[in-house]
Design a protein around this ligand. Structure first.
Ligand code: IDP
Ligand code: CA
Length: 406
């Protein structure tokens, strides 16, 4: 481990060693290669002394669509999208700090679902982009992240940003992340019972800022919002079937369209004959979630932070404000799902999947995780102007491993 006081001494003579804050500024670049898009987070930190925790000063955020997995057969083209984003960091980070600024990319469920060969080709192409950049490229800088880390690091981010990880406070909040291809649930169990009743692979000890947290966390691959659409349509793992039409009672009756996900084209549509609306849709979606997820008793009454697609769909249906977010109950999603599904004509201008998405969110929360109708969900996109993403937790973890912080 490096001496934490050392990192700036290489570029400043010791007699002007900084006491002023500006000289203690450093940066970290974290890429989130998600299933639906690639995002860059450039974090600025200030560390007052070797003993204190680094303070987060700000974030620069940018994203591109589609995600890397859409370039499964063109790895170089995929890597080019990463390079475009990395060029932003060239402008954002002062040149004398480039060599000290680590750059890391972590891919999530989109790449987990690709074949090993295609995923590795994409990662290698990105690695080459990093090597050609002026930044610090740590070992293992481009990888597919383990699903349990995704939940833990998002939990670290949210609880850091809400001030729960500093001082004596132990009022941590659980987190729910709903991505395109996978979904995560993470919380700090308070009841001995929970620890006893939970399968071992749902519990992980994690060290951060000189504390150890024993967290409940799980990532469900294939249970992200877009993967759930495919599962509901019966099209999951069906890429071999050419030109087949997948139909659902969660879609407008007359609809027929095409949809690309993970580099595969699907044809889908409504059920011209037969029932459509919330009830038949809920039954279809139940098939996807019922009995597939672990239900810890402890969460039934507690409130959770929810982001990503929980947030997006709540915004789309005016349940919350895009800028401010808000607090919802589980039953608010159900009420909206009924309203949209039973009036699909009225919601024609919105996404044809709006009914299916809201119904899936309702079923996932109630029948999947076992939340109560009145469980509170705090929907947040940003806390203190910082994105609530696992990437901040990942950056702290990276700085820790490089010896730049605890
Ligand atoms: O940094 C972020 N800020 C805001 N929203 C984000 C960020 N990262 C991901 N999202 C949200 O994540 C969802 C897409 O999930 P993603 O593409 O990460 O799939 P995955 O997690 O299954 O790989 C969308 O709701 C998108 O708005
Ligand atoms: Ca994600």
């Amino acid at each position: 481990r490096l001496n934490r006081g050392m990192w700036f001494q290489d570029f400043l003579p010791s007699n002007v060693c900084p006491i002023n804050a500006k000289a203690n500024t450093f940066y970290g670049i974290m890429f989130d290669a998600g299933s639906t898009g690639t995002r860059i987070h450039i974090y600025t930190f200030v560390q007052e002394s070797a003993e204190s925790l680094p303070e987060l000063e700000g974030e620069i955020f940018e994203s591109v669509k589609p995600g890397l997995s859409a370039y499964a057969d063109q790895p170089e083209k995929g890597a080019e999208t990463v390079k475009q984003l990395l060029d932003m960091a060239i402008d954002a980070v002062p040149p004398h700090l480039w060599k000290k600024t680590p750059v890391v990319l972590k891919a999530t469920a989109g790449l987990r679902l690709l074949s090993e060969e295609k995923a590795q080709a994409l990662l290698l192409a990105v690695r080459e982009v990093f090597e050609e950049s002026p930044f610090l490229v740590p070992e293992d800088s481009v990888s597919i992240m383990d699903g349990s880390y995704e939940g833990i690091l998002a939990w670290i981010t949210v609880n850091f940003l809400t001030g729960q990880l500093s001082g004596q406070s132990q009022d941590t909040v659980g987190t729910l992340d709903l991505g395109g291809a996978s979904t995560q649930i993470t919380f700090l169990p308070r009841l001995e019972e929970t620890l006893k009743e939970t399968p071992g692979d749902f519990l992980t000890s994690f060290e951060m800022f000189n504390s150890t947290y024993k967290l409940y966390t799980h990532s469900y691959l294939g249970f992200g919002l877009k993967a759930a659409r495919l599962a509901t349509l019966g099209a999951m793992n069906m890429e071999a079937v050419d030109g087949q039409m997948f139909r659902s009672s969660c879609l407008p009756k007359q609809l027929e369209a095409e949809w690309h996900f993970g580099g595969v084209k699907y044809r889908y549509g409504g059920k011209k004959e037969g029932e459509t609306g919330f009830r038949p849709c809920y039954l279809e979606v139940l098939e996807v979630v019922k009995g597939k997820l672990h239900q810890p008793d402890e969460i039934r009454g507690s409130s959770f932070y929810a982001f990503s697609y929980y947030y997006d769909r709540a915004v789309d249906t005016n349940l919350i404000d895009y800028e401010r977010g808000g607090i919802l109950q589980v039953k608010d999603f159900e009420r909206k799902a009924k309203e949209v599904c039973d009036n699909m004509e009225r919601y024609k201008s919105a996404s044809p999947f709006l009914c299916m998405d809201l119904t899936y969110i309702t079923a996932l929360l109630k029948e999947g995780f076992g939340f109560r109708d009145n469980t509170l969900l705090q929907l947040t996109k940003k806390v203190n102007n910082i994105e609530t993403s696992w990437t901040l937790g990942a950056t702290f973890h990276l700085l820790q491993s490089l010896g730049l912080t605890y």
